[in-house]
Design a protein around this ligand. Structure first.
Ligand code: KMT
Ligand code: NI
Length: 180
């Protein structure tokens, strides 16, 4: 099962877990209450299992590629790592299925607190359009993920503050109705 927790506020390396002493874990249902969805997939038998095909169909994902984040494989590595960890949102969902390695997605809850989600092989997550979030490798410095998208992909991060952005406004509004 996926592990997620409220982060400490220490300024230690972003790649450390940032678990406070009074650790407060977060359940999947709680993540879902602000639009973050999670699935566990068998990545060694993706087509056989059928769950990815179902998710693609249900959610309209039509595009996919892979990204390998390591010093050796990612062009402009230092720059990318920095921009992944700069708090931002997107105009569309961010969808990632982890194929190899590990890393952390940090998302803001409704009270604007950071929750850290530990991602490893087989973990699939979608972050709704407009949610403030960021990503970091952990101290093992490697992750490979499938990126999915509805239509032609737009990966552009829109850094916080972006409260006037239409998708941000839409997200804040859907937090009140809470249907995902
Ligand atoms: C992103 O947009 O944050 C990324 O693609 C990070 C690497 S995928 C785990
Ligand atoms: Ni992002």
């Amino acid at each position: 099962m996926v592990c997620a927790w409220y982060m400490d506020k220490s300024d230690a390396d972003q790649r450390e877990p940032h678990k406070p002493e009074n650790l407060q874990m977060v359940e999947l249902d709680f993540l879902k209450s602000f639009g973050v969805l999670y699935w566990k997939l068998d990545v060694d038998n993706l087509e056989g299992e059928g769950l990815l095909a179902k998710i693609r169909k249900d959610r309209g994902y039509t595009y996919e590629d892979t990204i390998s984040v390591s010093k050796e494989t990612l062009p402009n590595y230092e720059e990318k790592i920095k921009s992944f960890f700069t708090e931002h949102m997107h105009s569309d969902e961010e969808i990632r299925l982890i194929l190899e390695g590990t890393g952390y997605f940090d998302v803001r809850d409704k009270a604007d607190q950071w929750i850290r989600i530990e991602m490893a092989k087989g973990d699939m997550i979608t972050l709704p359009a407009g949610i403030y979030h960021r990503f970091t490798l952990d101290t093992k410095n490697y992750i490979k993920a499938m990126r999915l998208f509805v239509g032609e992909p737009v990966w552009t991060p829109i850094n916080r503050p972006a409260d006037e952005h239409p998708q941000r406004k839409g997200y804040v509004q859907s937090l009140e109705t809470g249907t995902w």
